[in-house]
Design a protein around this ligand. Structure first.
Ligand code: GLY
Length: 354
């Protein structure tokens, strides 16, 4: 088993990575929750039927009384109505402040369950068991939890660090190739922004089978890179923003596809190539960087360019007709493996993009 500790004042926690860990989840939870009785498990209609019973058995063997609450799979579950229903179910279950909430699933489940944990009874312990590549390398670590509002994604939320993160790479076996590739966009992002050698390691393994041979190392490496940045900037006011590489332009592509045509990972993939190309045009990024990133994305079936109108770019960068908030901090690459924020006028950025 590989383990990492995210060190934060008063709320440090371990990330454990091991094949088969799901069956040992009960003992791992018991080690951090010695006095808890009840665990309220949130999962979704895809993951629950695959792994819910195994988790429940393991929790019961460790002396927990677990209730499994299944939400419909998909982003629409991350809403205020679902959250309110979870709160009521938690109370009906008799959850107390000595107990905990467990998220079993991808990013939607983690965000929703985490926000429920942060708010019920003014905050109870929370355990993440992420089952997708995207949630294992990103959303389960770092404490960002949220729901979506009509005005946009993740607008109501909190920083609520988990007490423990358990990653079983075997759960990735049931992902579709497209969902696996989606997560790989974020995996490659870590190489682009923090670690050139890691990028090269990934690029040398251009298919799922080769990547899965090294998956424990890959998860460890991504979580270690994220751990460092979260420890430095938990509240996302500085260095943590480097994780947004590819995301601002990716947001434009998600908008262009009405959040249906392109998944988050696909949009981020094209956003990273575009941001690298922009950096090259501005003379900041060495020539050939965008091509190198595209070369790592293409074999995984990820797009390297997505068409987008000036209006969609303007909406994604927050450029309205009044020119509100005239500047933006865009994450660019000084070189492969080193990201930097670059402040620029939104108008200039738009002109560079279209
Ligand atoms: N997903 C970006 C962050 O955790 O800051």
């Amino acid at each position: 088993m590989k383990t990492l500790t995210v060190s934060l004042p008063g709320r440090s926690y371990e990330i454990q990575i091991a094949r088969g860990l799901l069956d040992r989840a009960g003992a791992a939870c018991r080690a951090v929750l010695p006095r808890a009785d009840k665990l309220f498990v949130v999962t979704d209609s895809n993951v629950g039927p695959l792994y819910g019973a195994r988790l429940e058995r393991s929790l019961a063997a460790a002396g927990f009384s677990a209730a499994i609450h299944t939400v419909p799979a998909g982003e629409s579950a991350k809403c205020a109505d679902r959250l309110a229903r979870l709160w009521e179910e938690m109370m009906a279950f008799g959850l107390t402040r000595a107990d905990a909430v467990v998220a079993l699933g991808g990013g939607v489940v983690g965000d929703l369950a985490g926000f429920a944990a942060a708010t019920i009874l003014r905050g109870v312990d929370f355990i993440q068991i992420p089952t997708t590549l995207l949630s294992q390398v990103d959303s389960s670590v770092g404490g960002k939890v949220a729901i979506d509002l009509d005005h946009g994604k993740n607008l109501a939320g909190a920083f609520w660090q988990p007490r423990l993160v358990l990653m079983d790479p075997d759960t990735l076996d049931t992902l579709s190739d497209a969902t696996f590739a989606d997560g790989m966009a974020e995996v490659l992002k870590y190489g682009c922004i923090f670690d050139r050698a890691f990028f090269a390691f990934l690029a040398q393994r251009p298919n799922r089978a080769r990547l899965m041979e090294e998956i424990e190392y890959i998860l460890y490496q991504c979580c270690d890179l994220k751990r460092k940045v979260v420890e430095e900037d938990e509240r996302d006011t500085g260095r943590r923003m480097l994780l947004n590489f590819g995301h601002t332009l990716g947001h434009a592509y998600e908008l262009a596809g009405h959040y249906e045509t392109w998944t988050h990972g696909q949009a981020v993939a094209a956003g990273m190539v575009r941001a690298a190309g922009l950096g090259e045009k501005l003379g900041l990024t060495p020539a050939g960087t965008a091509e190198a990133i595209a070369g790592a994305l293409t074999p995984l079936g990820l797009p390297t360019a997505i068409s987008c109108t000036a209006e969609e770019y303007a909406a994604a960068i927050g450029l309205d007709k009044k020119g509100a908030g005239a500047e933006i901090s865009l994450i660019l690459l000084e070189e492969l493996g080193r990201a930097v924020p670059r402040r620029m006028s939104k108008q200039t950025l738009l002109e560079e993009l279209v």
